[in-house]
Ligand binder design. Structure first.
Ligand SMILES: NC(=O)C1=CN([C@@H]2O[C@H](COP(=O)(O)OP(=O)(O)OC[C@H]3O[C@@H](n4cnc5c(N)ncnc54)[C@H](O)[C@@H]3O)[C@@H](O)[C@H]2O)[C@@H](O)CC1
Length: 471
């Protein structure tokens, strides 16, 4: 099997193979495109590129299917050498004429490359096309959009409603900055690639199903580890409790909460399965715990700093205020035990490692820091990135905007801690944890507009059970 990640690569294959892939892509494009449009008049924007030739083939197929199709040749007279498509100069579309395009459904077949970023002609073309306010569907990815590397704030590229991407989603689709250019993407011919390039991995249902281990006969609570959740303070006790519920519902054998005494009634009422460790006992030996989380709702007082100073002798999962304490006391970073996990959201990440201009830079920093400190970094967002010390970056694809509410991160921390306690490696715990957390919310959001963190925690056992059926 060929390791392909981009439709553009197809042109360099042997002729027979190239046309096999191209035909298959066009078949799937037509199948996915037609149900998504509500108009029979379609405009196809053809560039002097390999993408342009694909666009022409798609235009011909649509004509055969009785759609009314206009083809617009958006060439750059000065720089395009007309090596791909031969059309008379008179058919080229000037920037001034773009506003005359009447179709409200357009297919972007202009170009693949992002090397036109500094090309005024391309920039003006993209701007003029975007100002039509048409629904634009992109072949593979929108023209002018970089598939990797920083998505700069000044970028001009085609803004599409759906990108019918070939072989694999492009890495930059997973960054929030892409939302400006790509409303949605669908992967066509997904089985023709082995993976994303180099060190990027998509974490998928298949992968998670393969890693999950069934609970064994004759096992008991001692078989599934003991977590300690150190968190909570007067006004954010809930964060610690939510984290405990993540541990509990992910299947940890025992869960102990180290919270202020004032939270005890709430703990016993909400989660009677969870045990309690007083703050004053925090200075004692913690080695009996199989996994320890630090930080959810704990605050950033001097006392918290002293607790972290003690707890950091063990590998930890550090979240929320725990990360804020690390940010204020950077020397702690070098004390982290190898295999520790930090789970920042964007603000916590930038507090810890400095402001970043874009997500590409953020991932670069995370990769460097994970290696340097030998820790795992779970950078949370719509698509969370799990950055490992071995350079591999997993992209989590489960989850949705229904879960954008307080306490979600606290539950995730508990889940990862619970999985670690059950004997999964740090890498496995991070990728399984992110996936099942998002998947639980995906299931709930089929019938709910928004989902709350405690509901996500409660859904976890069902999600794990369903994933196990797949292995
Ligand atoms: N029930 C509770 O007791 C809760 C307590 N919490 C605790 O409150 C403390 C402060 O944490 P916050 O995160 O609210 O404060 P921060 O000031 O660190 O950041 C919150 C802001 O970050 C931004 N953000 C961007 N991406 C995000 C992402 N993927 N996840 C979360 N935020 C993202 C949002 O604009 C959000 O308003 C922590 O200790 C936390 O554990 C919160 O988790 C909320 C629930």
């Amino acid at each position: 099997m060929q390791n392909l990640s981009d439709l553009n690569q197809v042109q360099y294959l042997a002729k027979a193979k190239a046309s096999k892939y191209l035909d298959a892509y066009i078949d799937e494009f037509i199948e996915a495109f037609i149900p998504s449009i509500d108009k029979a008049e379609i405009g196809v924007l053809i560039g002097n590129s390999f993408k342009g030739t694909v666009g022409l083939k798609i235009a011909n197929r649509l004509k055969k299917l009785s759609f009314t199709v206009s083809t617009y040749y958006v060439f750059n007279e000065e720089t395009d050498d007309a090596s791909f498509i031969k059309v008379p100069n008179s058919a080229w579309l000037s920037i001034e004429n773009i506003k005359g395009i009447k179709e409200t459904v357009l297919i972007d077949a202009i170009n693949f490359s992002d090397n036109t970023l500094n090309n005024d002609y391309a920039t003006n073309i993209y701007r003029a096309i975007n100002s039509l306010n048409a629904k634009i569907y992109a072949i593979d990815y929108p023209s002018g959009f970089p598939t990797e590397g920083a998505i700069k704030s000044e970028l001009e590229a085609i803004k599409c409603i759906t990108s019918f991407t070939c072989f694999a989603p492009k890495i930059n689709f997973f960054f929030p900055e892409s939302a400006f250019f790509i409303n949605d993407f669908q992967v066509l011919l997904p089985n023709h690639k082995l993976s994303l390039q180099n060190n990027w991995q998509l974490s998928s249902e298949n992968l998670i199903s393969r890693i999950l281990k069934p609970r064994s006969k004759f096992s008991h609570k001692g078989s599934y580890g003991h977590t300690l959740i150190i968190g909570g303070s007067t006004y954010t006790m809930g964060a610690a409790l939510l984290s405990c519920s993540g541990s509990l519902y992910s299947g940890a054998g025992l869960t102990t909460a180290c919270i202020p005494e004032s939270g005890l009634t709430a703990l016993n009422t909400a989660l009677p399965e969870v045990m309690y460790l007083s703050r004053s006992d925090l200075g004692k030996d913690l080695s009996k715990y199989s996994a320890i989380a630090f930080g959810c709702g704990i605050g950033v007082s001097d006392e918290v700093v002293s607790w972290l100073n003690f707890a950091i002798e063990q590998p930890l999962i550090i979240d929320a205020d725990g990360i804020n304490v690390l940010s204020a006391h950077k020397s702690f970073l070098n004390k982290l035990k190898p295999g520790s996990i930090i789970t920042p959201h964007i603000k916590e990440f930038d507090r810890l490692f400095g402001e970043h201009n874009n997500w590409w830079e953020r991932i670069e920093t995370a990769t460097k820091k994970a290696k340097e400190l030998q820790v795992f970094i779970v950078l949370k967002n719509q698509y969370s990135f799990i950055i490992t010390p071995s350079d591999v970056v997993y992209i989590n694809q489960s989850g949705n905007p229904a879960m954008s509410s307080g306490g979600m991160g606290d539950v995730l921390t508990g889940i990862i801690t619970g999985l670690l306690a059950q004997g999964y490696s740090a890498e496995e715990a991070c990728i399984i944890g992110c996936f099942i957390h998002g998947k639980a919310a995906d299931e709930l959001s089929k019938t709910q507009n928004n989902v709350i963190a405690s509901a996500v925690a409660k859904e976890i056992p069902k999600v794990i059970k369903n994933l196990m059926k797949g292995n």
